[in-house]
Design a protein around this ligand. Structure first.
Ligand code: BGC
Length: 247
C-alpha cells in the first residue's frame, strides 16, 4: 500500500509517496522551501502544493516539529507561535481534501527507524533522538511509542537541553566535535540516569556525520547507534502513521 508522507521542517517541506510495506519511497522526494512567516495557512498551502505535485488522492501522513495531540499543535519552540491551538490535521485535510494524520516529527522518525531501520526487532526501551534545529525525542517500549515526549526541553545547567546540544547550537557557537560531544554526553547521561534505555538512535541531519562525533560519545549501559533512514525517516514514518486511515 502506498501513502503520501510529508515532512514539515523549519527550512523545507518535503514529500514522497511511500510503499509502507517496505518503507521505501516510490519516487524522488519533492521539496518546497518553508514559507516565511510559516503560519498555519501558508504551511498548509505548501502541503497542498506537494499533494498536487503528486496528483495524490489517498491518505497523507504529515510530520510537525512540535507537540501534536489528536491533530492539534500544542507547542511552538521552533515554529511560528500562531500554530499553538491550531488543529493542523483538520486544516491540512481541508486544504488537500485528503484524509490526514499529523504527528510530531521525532515520533514519525522513530516509527520508521523501529520498523525499517536501527531499531528493527528491538523489544526493549529505545530512545530516538533527532538532532537538528531542536532536539526531538521518541520513546518506544517493546516497539510501542509513547508520543510527544519532548525530551529536548529537559533542563540541563538551567537551560533547555536543545539550546545546549542541538546541531544548530553546535553550528552557531562554532563548537568543535569534541566540545559538542561533551554537551551531548551530559545530556545523554541524564537521559540514561532517568530512563535506563537499552538503545539510543541518533537521527537528524547531523547523523550523516556520525564518524565525527560518535567517537566522543560515552554511555553507561545503553547502546548508541545512528539512524539508518537518515533524511527519509520523517517522510516514511509519517506515511506509516497514516496507514490507519487506509481502508
Ligand atoms: C520541539 C519538538 C520537536 C523537536 C525537533 C523541539 O523544539 O519541541 O516537538 O520534535 O524540536 O524538531
Amino acid at each position: 500500500m502506498q501513502i503520501l508522507g510529508i515532512d514539515i521542517g523549519g527550512s523545507g517541506i518535503k514529500g514522497a509517496p511511500v510503499e509502507i510495506d517496505t518503507g521505501e519511497m516510490v519516487t524522488e522526494r519533492f521539496r518546497i522551501p518553508t514559507p516565511n512567516p510559516a503560519d498555519p495557512n501558508a504551511v498548509a498551502d505548501v502541503v497542498r502544493d506537494i499533494v498536487k505535485n503528486f496528483q495524490w488522492k489517498g491518505p497523507i501522513g504529515c510530520t510537525f516539529p512540535a507537540i501534536v495531540r489528536r491533530g492539534v499543535v500544542e507547542s511552538a519552540a521552533n515554529v511560528d507561535k500562531s500554530w499553538i491551538g491550531t488543529d493542523g490535521q483538520k486544516l491540512i485535510q481541508k486544504k488537500t481534501k485528503c484524509p490526514t494524520i499529523l504527528l510530531n516529527d521525532a515520533d514519525a522518525a522513530g516509527i520508521a527507524e523501529m520498523q525499517f531501520g536501527a531499531g528493527r526487532g528491538n523489544d526493549g526501551v529505545v530512545f530516538m533522538l533527532t538532532l537538528g534545529t531542536g532536539i526531538g525525542s521518541a520513546i518506544f517500549n517493546k516497539g510501542v511509542l509513547l508520543p510527544n515526549t519532548e525530551l529536548g526541553h529537559l533542563e540541563v545547567r538551567g537551560k533547555d537541553a536543545e539550546l545546549r546540544a542541538s546541531d544548530r547550537t553546535r553550528q552557531e557557537k562554532e563548537l568543535d566535535w569534541a566540545e559538542w560531544g561533551e554537551r551531548l554526553n551530559e545530556y545523554i547521561a541524564r537521559l540514561e540516569y532517568l530512563f535506563s534505555p537499552d538503545l539510543f538512535i541518533i537521527g537528524g541531519g547531523v547523523s550523516k556525520k556520525s564518524d565525527k562525533f560518535l567517537p566522543y560519545i560515552r554511555t553507561v549501559h545503553a547502546e548508541i547507534v545512528t539512524a539508518q533512514l537518515l533524511n527519509d525517516a520523517g517522510i516514511v514514518g509519517a506515511a506509516m502513521a497514516a496507514s490507519v486511515l487506509a481502508g
